[in-house]
Ligand binder design. Structure first.
Ligand code: 13P
Length: 245
């Protein structure tokens, strides 16, 4: 049985003050959520603050990215060991915004996932197609290619210990959510491609998830939770989504 997992990706939002308010409102309600694991992914610079604020609660912390390098002269990069130092449990890799705006390739994403895994972080590996790829009937080809890159670099055992997030690019921040059936179809495809412990791997959906649509998404057989952007910046919404799990 896979436990529902809801991860808030705060992206490049927040401030010391805003984050303190948000996390305290989340923590205040988190105890009432017993069937869902929760994590928050603030900007790197606030990780320690958020880790401290959730200490002793049922909420974990994760990063939005991780360097492929372990240490050294890589200006601006943040290593896996630094993230562990800041009490991170998860590291998101391959978010479509990293792929799109920072030129991250399938290979680099796969290498980052491997670095995270080897360091003891749980990689949250993002996959997703653009609208034009969907409209031209390439969903399985694109998702299959992204997944294959991770599989060949990481190996099936390591993927089985990671989390996968299906985030159709056209549904991110647009208010357009994949229908539960559209999402389920892709989640099922992803699971069918996993060769080790396929039934145990959590596959999250991301793209305009809110408390109003979470339950119908989570009701799908292969949707095990959500990677939430905008709605995770609102404590009531975030808890509402987690409570739907
Ligand atoms: P939204 O929930 O704002 O659509 O963002 C989804 C996302 O990109 C989470 O990583």
């Amino acid at each position: 049985m896979r436990r529902t997992l809801v991860i808030g990706n705060w992206k490049m939002n927040g401030s010391k003050e805003a984050n303190a308010n948000l996390v305290s409102a989340i923590v205040a309600e988190a105890g009432s959520v017993t069937d869902t694991d929760m994590a928050l992914c603030p900007s790197f610079v606030y990780l320690s603050d958020i880790a401290k604020a959730v200490e002793g609660t049922n909420v974990s912390v994760g990063s939005q990215d991780v360097s492929v390098h372990l240490e050294g002269a890589y200006t601006g990069e943040v290593s896996a060991s630094m993230l562990l130092d800041c009490s991170c449990k998860y590291a998101i890799v391959g978010h479509s915004e990293r792929r799109q705006y920072h030129g991250e390739s399938n290979l680099l994403v796969a290498q980052k996932a491997l670095t995270a895994y080897k360091s003891g972080l749980t990689a949250v590996i993002c996959l997703g197609e653009t609208l034009s790829e969907r409209e031209s009937g390439q969903v399985e080809a694109i998702i299959g290619e992204q997944l294959q890159a991770v599989q060949s670099v990481m190996g099936a055992d390591a993927i089985a210990k990671s989390v996968i997030a299906y985030e159709p690019v056209w549904a991110i921040g647009t208010g357009l959510t994949a229908t539960p059936e559209q999402a389920q179809e892709v989640h099922q495809f992803i699971r069918s491609r996993l060769s080790v412990n396929a039934e145990k791997v959590s596959i999250l959906y991301g793209g305009s998830v809110k408390s109003a649509n979470a339950a119908e998404l989570f009701a799908q057989k292969d949707i095990d939770g959500a990677l939430v952007g905008g709605a995770s910046l609102n404590a009531k919404e975030f808890i509402g989504i987690a409570a739907a799990g």
